[in-house]
Design a protein around this ligand. Structure first.
Ligand code: AMP
Ligand code: GLY
Length: 452
């Protein structure tokens, strides 16, 4: 029996645990900070603990004689969990602290792309003095994205037109980031604002090569029609052909090349990247550009991919550790998926916590939808909201809109007085809007005005 430890208590980790349990001869152990009922059920043993408490996690892994650790979220990577495990001789199919800097330091990631002349880079500057940031913002006419350098759970980024207006608005937020050390560092990244459609490309990496997975589109904004504040992601979809309705094969391949080159550059830097690498891209008139790189599966994007994986996931994890991905043949079902999150009312602003959610698991199963629990707490037999996303429901089918219908049917079996769902995700109306938007963007020649 092989012992696998999964770190993290969200829906992404529930999906990871489920994929692990599809492998033969494995025993699942888990560490999470909330009692996720889905993970609890699949685990032989679990520990409720702070996932960034490296000493405690390593102690548990050693004590239970774990063979392989899979880390779901980024915070334990930043805390150096993988390096500490390695020191004790415990393998992990997640990146080291240094390699994970592609996510944990936006400044470092942008610098790496520049140094190795990796395509898909954007104009950017990194500042610890407001007056320098201001000059840079002025040069770009205020058409910028303002980002804390460190981790903010996807919620610290503000973009011109969406969250503030003009040079003044940009400078004012840049000042806030520096003065309040948002993201933990008194530094801000200013980037040119990219126009286009966003997509996610996740890939397995063994430090030398990558195997890219189907593309996914996440929905970061809280409210229907892409309004409201940025969140960790309200839901996502993927298509049968692995592309997205607004994207062609070349776009996909160009994005894969960017991820491959990032992995190669990390090898040259002496920190091989082992694990899942995640690229958040903006598909612009000029092809895909990197918005951010993450050192893990996306959440929700993982729930679009792992349920479709037919190959043995644990075997893939070993191949990433051993550097033998080239010998793997990865099979993924050709299906469309739609994932929608159920979140506590007020999520993204101020969540209503400790509110009851009733989940009719059998009802969901009968619709054919899949259920992944996220940051809920189970007390006795009842499930309560925390401040984060509660659970995800995924519809899978040959057709995208049928997958959306299945997802919605599944969601009917989730009830709660204080829950919220972005129902427009995967709807025909929203997808067609995305296609039209991308057509418009592609018609744009740099600097020229678009005729609608
Ligand atoms: P991040 O945390 O870097 O993924 O940023 C959160 C969201 O802000 C992204 O998903 C984009 O929607 C938006 N964003 C980030 N950087 C840019 C940029 N340079 N131009 C336009 N939008 C951006
Ligand atoms: N869905 C965005 C992320 O996982 O960072």
């Amino acid at each position: 029996m092989e012992k696998i430890l999964v770190v993290g208590g969200g829906a992404r980790e529930h999906a990871i645990c489920e994929a692990v349990c599809r492998s033969e001869n494995v025993e699942l152990y888990s560490i999470m900070h909330n009692l996720n009922p889905g993970i609890e059920r699949l685990s032989i043993d679990y520990l409720l603990a702070d996932e960034t408490n490296v000493e405690e996690v390593v102690g548990y892994a050693v004590d239970k004689k774990i063979d392989l650790v899979i880390v779901g979220p980024e915070a334990p990577l930043e805390a150096g969990l993988v390096d500490a495990l390695e020191k004790k001789g415990v393998k992990s199919s997640s990146p080291s602290k240094k390699a994970a800097m592609v996510e944990t330091s936006k400044e470092w990631m942008r610098g790496l792309m520049k140094k190795y002349k990796i395509p898909g880079s954007v104009e950017y500057g990194c500042f610890s003095r407001v007056r320098d940031a201001k000059r840079f913002i002025e040069n770009l006419g205020g058409n910028v994205a303002v980002k804390p350098v460190g981790l903010t759970g996807g919620k610290g980024v503000r973009v011109a037109g969406d969250h503030f207006r003009g040079v003044e608005g940009a400078v004012s937020y840049a000042r806030e980031v520096i003065e309040n050390k948002i993201g933990g560092v008194a530094k801000v990244v200013i980037e040119e604002k990219l126009e286009g459609e966003e997509f996610t490309l996740q890939a397995f990496s063994d430090g030398k090569m990558i195997i890219p997975l189907p593309a996914v589109q996440d929905h970061k904004r809280l409210l229907p029609g892409d309004r409201g504040p940025n969140t960790g992601g309200m839901g996502s979809y993927s298509c049968k052909d692995g592309l997205l309705p607004f994207m062609n094969k070349d776009d996909y391949e160009n994005a894969s090349v960017i991820l491959q080159k990032i992995v190669e550059s990390l090898r040259k830097e002496g920190c091989e990247y082992k694990g899942v690498i995640y690229g958040q891209f903006m598909l612009t008139a000029d092809g895909p550009k990197v918005v951010e790189i993450n050192a893990r599966f996306g959440d929700p994007e993982n729930m679009n991919i792992l349920p479709l994986l037919e190959s043995d996931y644990v075997e893939i994890c070993h191949a990433m550790v051993e550097g033998t991905l080239s010998r793997q043949r990865i099979r993924i079902k050709n299906k469309a998926t739609v994932c929608k999150y159920v979140v506590p009312e007020g999520y993204g602003v101020k969540s209503i916590t400790d509110s009851r959610i009733e989940v009719d698991e059998k009802g969901i199963e009968e619709t054919g939808a899949k259920l992944f629990y996220a940051s809920v707490n189970k007390k006795g037999k009842t499930i309560y909201t925390t401040s984060s996303r509660s659970l995800a429901v995924v519809g899978i089918s040959d057709d995208l809109y049928d997958a959306e219908r299945i997802c919605e049917q599944g969601l009917k079996h989730v009830k709660g007085e204080h829950i919220f769902i972005r129902h427009d995700i995967g709807s025909r109306e929203l997808i067609e809007k995305r296609i039209r938007h991308m057509e418009l963007i592609r018609k744009t020649v740099l600097g020229a005005k678009v005729d609608e």
